[in-house]
Design a protein around this ligand. Structure first.
Ligand code: NAP
Length: 289
């Protein structure tokens, strides 16, 4: 029953705040915690309880849902005391993007505390999160699936159940490699068009509607053409995701030169001060000054 379910949401950034709102709309009780408290406070007006620390948020809750920047941030927030504060059959829905190694660390933490753990990263960015249209890549123990579905239904349009915890994070890495690769080549294509005197908007218009005209290229390409990068997903976190792909590839003896180049482009854009802009700001490193 939604109204009997209490969810502690740790991390109310771009994604976590939108997800907390959708849980509230589905009639659940939400306790929110964020390192910078002021980002969680607006949720109070919408019915959430804002906690001063993760343990207070989690005490007696049915679920703890983590949506933090990376595995280190999750590990800092979710210590043993936090997990043992959950209700007796409480479960951890780990929805941040943490990669293969990060997931293994966090699953180990859950196992040490005897808490059921679902690895459930998401596809979709700010707007799909606000509209409850995320795709959840869920993996974890069979016995917790039905209960977790109640939460995922409030957050997304689709839940893809995979096998053991960790399979969700692995599929997420594969999708992320596709995304950052597309973005890198799009940035260079727009810069190349400009360099040789082709209007990049004409390029986008030409491919639109055909098999080459991905909606993603239109969306991120127009940001590059207009040099306006309101953040749906920050360049800092996209760089983190590309590095997680490289870590996993290395662990499986694979070299990924294209992804390495995109990471180098992100590094340049971030060093130039664009890390908090949308990931499409990688374009700033592709364009000549
Ligand atoms: N945005 C997207 O399009 C998107 C899509 C799919 C998946 N994701 C994944 O979802 C997760 C959250 O992304 P987001 O876009 O919501 O990021 P965000 O807006 O930058 O929020 C990041 C959150 O992590 C917290 N945080 C960072 N370092 C921390 C630390 N050391 N200790 C405690 N808290 C820490 C931040 O707290 P403060 O507010 O105090 O800084 C904030 O709550 C990431 O794993 C990201 O890769 C994002």
């Amino acid at each position: 029953m939604a109204e009997d379910t209490t969810v502690a949401v740790l991390g109310t950034g771009i994604m976590g705040a939108a997800m907390a709102r959708n849980l509230l709309s589905a009639g659940m009780e939400v306790r929110a915690w964020n390192r910078s408290r002021e980002k969680a406070e607006p949720l109070e007006k919408e019915g959430a309880e804002v906690a001063d620390n993760p343990e207070d948020a989690v005490r007696g809750a049915d679920f703890v849902l983590t949506m933090l920047a990376d595995a280190d941030a999750v590990e800092e927030a979710v210590g043993k005391d936090v997990l043992s504060a959950l209700a007796e059959d409480g479960a951890w829905l780990q929805m941040s993007t943490v990669g293969e190694g990060g997931n293994a660390r966090l699953a180990g933490l859950a196992a040490d505390s005897g808490v059921a753990y679902v690895d459930a990263p998401v596809l979709g960015t700010k707007q799909p999160a606000e509209q409850g249209q995320l795709v959840v890549l869920a993996s974890g123990p069979e016995e917790i699936r039905e209960r977790s579905e109640e939460i995922f239904r409030a957050l997304g349009s689709k839940t893809v159940w995979l096998g053991e915890a960790g399979e969700g994070s692995r599929l997420k890495l594969v999708v992320n490699n596709w995304i950052v690769g597309l973005l890198g080549v799009l940035a260079e294509t727009v810069a190349f068009a400009e360099a040789i005197g082709v209007d990049p908007a004409k390029f986008l218009e030409t491919i639109e509607g055909g098999p080459l005209g991905l909606p993603y290229a239109q969306m991120k390409g127009m940001m590059m053409v207009e040099e306006d990068f309101p953040t749906s997903f920050s360049a800092n976190l996209a760089r983190k995701d590309a590095a997680l792909v490289l870590d996993a590839a290395e662990a499986h003896a694979l070299r990924m030169r294209i992804t390495e180049s995109v990471v180098a482009r992100f590094d340049e854009a971030i060093q130039a001060g664009h890390g908090e802009e949308d990931m499409a700001a990688v374009y700033r490193s592709a364009r000549p000054d």
